[in-house]
Design a binder for this molecule. Structure first.
Ligand SMILES: N[C@@H](CCC(=O)N[C@@H](CS)C(=O)NCC(=O)O)C(=O)O
Length: 220
């Protein structure tokens, strides 16, 4: 069991979600250690002092401490769904998602912490990116073209978060293509696998094998 990479993860973290999706799609097996962000285990801090999740510790001791790097590592080893062929992780979509969009998303989601403006005003700022995605998905089923790509996967957890802040507004919003795109990820087998709940990992425990043995080969 110890010859597998160890993934420090937090179920609801969108960065950890994109990493878990790529790991599952690649067929990689890891040992998952579910952490609490408010009380991170010393093993995580020792492996990666910057202390964000996800962090992947390889059997040779190398540490991968950025979600996109975890995706790249997994998909370079094995990419049966062709996600990298369809869209590289060096992408303006991802830069904008992780930059400006994430900034406004956090303000929208936690508007009470930023009382200078209303949640609706913050949402409007985030909608610039949402509209660009909608425009793209009007002309292509996926961001990379005809098939899902690593770019779609990298963005999905953040669009999910945006939609979830006010789900009834999202249902009424003028973004039908993006709504369909989101729905297809939410309904995917892959998503159900990566959202399985694990109890918090405690020092001294082995951690759990991820993904669970029965869900190794995902085709969609
Ligand atoms: N650039 C990092 C960002 C990861 C990140 O910020 N993760 C959040 C959780 S969603 C985190 O660990 N924050 C540290 C904390 O809350 O203490 C990546 O892509 O992996």
């Amino acid at each position: 069991m110890t010859d597998l990479p160890v993934l420090y993860s937090f179920r609801r973290c969108p960065y950890a979600m994109r990493a878990r999706m790529a790991l599952v799609a690649s067929g990689a097996e890891v040992i998952l250690r579910e952490v609490q962000l408010k009380d991170k285990p010393p093993e995580l801090l020792a492996a990666s002092p910057k202390a964000t999740v996800p962090v992947l510790v390889l059997p040779d001791g190398d540490v991968i401490e950025e979600s996109l790097a975890v995706m790249q590592w997994a998909l370079e080893r094995h990419d049966p769904l062709g996600w990298l062929a369809q869209g590289t992780l060096d992408s303006d979509w991802i830069r904008e998602c992780d930059g400006d969009f994430k900034h406004w998303l956090d303000h929208y989601k936690y508007a009470e912490r930023y009382p200078e403006r209303t949640a609706e005003a913050y949402r409007k700022c985030a909608e610039g990116f949402i509209q660009k995605l909608e425009d793209r998905l009007c002309v292509a089923a996926w961001l990379g073209g005809e098939a899902a790509s690593a770019v779609d996967v990298a963005l999905f957890p953040f669009i999910r978060q945006f939609a979830g802040v006010d789900a009834s507004w999202w249902q009424r919003s003028p973004y039908p293509h993006l709504q369909m795109w989101l729905k297809s990820w939410l309904n995917s087998t892959l998503f159900s696998i990566i959202m399985v709940k694990y109890s918090r990992w405690e020092s001294g425990q082995a951690g759990v094998r991820f993904p669970p043995a029965s869900s190794h080969r995902v085709t969609a």
